[in-house]
Design a protein around this ligand. Structure first.
Ligand code: AMP
Ligand code: MG
Length: 293
């Protein structure tokens, strides 16, 4: 089994220029044969994550923003559920971004995300994000019309401009103490079909199925092209993408978990230490309580 640090690094894209989506195999399992071993490693990672999140919160210095993008049924929800299962809900917020509301459409495309950014000490998870603006909106440019932008603002450079705005936004966050981790869960078209079928065949999964999903699937190649270009233009050192094979759920969970653990370790979160003054105050408080006995 490869080392966990290695696993976290393997799918990282910090410089998008030469990135090709075809180089990542959705069925890849990183050479791991034993699902049991992977499960044990994930459990250990979840424990580490919970521990470090508590310190992150106490230290109140860094924020962590985790962004998840993927095609339907690639496992975003399950990944969040598994990887974050040990984390104290008080230190963590998950936001799922759906089709923008009329109010959201009346603002610039980054507005609704800005309002959901994690504060220092917190972990914020975006289940979809402003990256939909260069994915679904790019595949269906008529969605841009709903934004009511003046025609002189919507030229052939619109997508380049969106990449620029996103990069500037993320750089600003990084410079102000937010670590950013972006995940593209890379599933194959075949595996998506199997998962949709399971949603149709399993009563408990029926609610997850939407007819629109089957229609979206017809645009698969356009989505892959948009995803590749998105990663090429927005993978940076301060906000790297991780393109994670997603045909095996257990493997996706392991890679995402280990990547988050590695990023947190890199921040060296620690409980704050007391200065002398504060130490004296605590001693006094203790003496007061002791005197009550
Ligand atoms: P789901 O995550 O399956 O509940 O679906 C949410 C839907 O909202 C997806 O079809 C997304 O493509 C769509 N969506 C999310 N953000 C945007 C956006 N900025 N513009 C248009 N559609 C969006
Ligand atoms: Mg859906």
């Amino acid at each position: 089994m490869p080392g966990m640090k290695e696993l976290a690094r393997r799918y990282r894209v910090a410089d998008g220029e030469a990135f090709h989506l075809a180089d990542v195999e959705p069925g890849d399992r990183g050479g791991i044969r034993s699902k049991q071993k992977a499960a044990a490693a994930l459990a250990a990672g979840i424990g580490r994550l919970a521990e470090m999140q508590e310190k992150l919160y106490a230290q109140d210095r860094w924020a962590l923003l985790v962004i998840l993008q993927a095609m339907d049924a690639a496992g975003k929800d399950g990944t969040i559920k598994h990887v974050m299962s040990g984390v104290n809900p008080q230190g963590c917020e998950v936001t799922s971004f759906k089709v923008p509301s009329p109010e959201e459409l009346d603002h610039d495309f980054l507005w609704r995300s800005s309002r959901r950014l994690p504060a220092r000490g917190r972990i914020g998870i975006f289940n979809r994000s402003y990256y939909e603006e260069v994915l679904v909106v790019r595949v269906h440019p008529e969605l841009l019309e709903r934004q009511r932008l003046s025609p002189e603002l919507v030229g052939p450079r619109i997508w380049k401009e969106r990449y620029e705005d996103i990069n500037a936004f993320e750089r600003r966050l990084a410079r102000n103490g937010t670590r950013i981790l972006k995940f593209f869960l890379h599933e194959s078209r075949d595996e998506q079909r199997r998962r949709f079928m399971a949603r149709l065949d399993t009563p408990e999964k029926n609610w997850k199925f939407s007819n629109a999903d089957v229609a979206e699937r017809q645009h698969w190649d356009a989505y892959m092209a948009a995803a590749e270009e998105m990663i090429r233009h927005t993978a940076t050192r301060h906000a790297p993408w991780h393109v994670v094979p997603a045909d095996h759920k257990w493997f996706t969970h392991l890679v995402v978990g280990e990547t988050i653990v590695a990023a947190l370790e890199d921040l060296h979160p620690a409980f704050p230490t007391l200065d002398k003054e504060r130490g004296k105050e605590l001693k006094k408080a203790r003496a007061t309580l002791a005197a009550e006995e």
